[in-house]
Design a protein around this ligand. Structure first.
Ligand code: 0O2
Length: 194
């Protein structure tokens, strides 16, 4: 079967590799400046053939490379997980000032969390003049919460009181947000002392 990315698959893989290398460079530069690696973990992937086909169908789009590469904007997906909130914004700034990309959209779900409590900083950028990439930047606690919530969301047969579960998830998100702020304050105090 032909790839959903048509004859662009190789170029798409190359674009993802270059983006990955650029993020690694930013990470190294920041580590040298700060004396610690700001990134806890970093993942980058090309959306799998099946899940891209499924997303085209879900969005009511024709299942072809135009939909996958020109309409859907996360053929390349990257997730950068930091220990501290400030590092999320510093990495964002490095990406923006590099001049390598066209920035299409930004959603700050950190300053404006989703009603369910989801927090993350999302950016859609265009790389090499043609490929969209979705970058998700978040802290470890935001990542932990999102993973758990995603897991629960897909457990359709979930028992118990759904309303209570949602309220508890939101409460956890708020507590984690407050902990993230405290951790950032502690780091700022340590740096001030140094
Ligand atoms: P998939 O299949 O992973 O791509 P989009 O549907 O991507 O065109 P959307 O939903 O407006 O556009 O974009 P948004 O809000 O920036 O979300 C993009 C991705 O962020 C989602 O992909 C999730 O991976 C993640 N995300 C957004 N909201 C939540 C949330 O409430 N909980 C969790 N756990 N993750 C979230 P999709 O939409 O799942 O599609």
């Amino acid at each position: 079967m032909e790839s959903i990315y048509g004859d662009k698959k190789e170029e798409l893989i190359l674009a993802a590799k270059e983006l990955s290398e650029h993020i690694s460079e930013i990470r190294k530069e920041m580590a040298a400046q700060m004396g610690m690696d700001p990134v806890e973990h970093f993942l980058i992937r090309i959306k799998g053939e099946e899940s891209m086909r499924e997303k085209c169908v879900r969005k009511g789009l024709p299942v072809n490379s135009d939909s996958a590469l020109k309409i859907i904007k996360d053929a390349i997906g990257a997730r950068i997980v930091c220990a501290f909130i400030d590092d999320v914004y510093t990495i964002r700034d490095h990406l923006k000032k590099s001049g390598k990309y066209e920035f299409i959209e930004e959603k700050d779900y950190i300053r404006h969390s989703k009603p369910n409590g989801y927090r993350s900083y999302h950016m859609i950028l265009k790389t090499k003049g043609q490929f969209f990439a979705e970058i998700q930047l978040r802290t470890i606690s935001m990542d932990t919460w999102a993973a758990l919530e995603h897991h629960l969301k897909y457990k359709k047969q979930i028992g118990g009181n759904t309303e209570l579960i949602s309220a508890e998830l939101k409460r956890c998100a708020d507590e984690l947000a407050s902990t993230d702020l405290s951790m950032q304050t502690i780091r700022d105090m340590i740096f001030e002392e140094a």
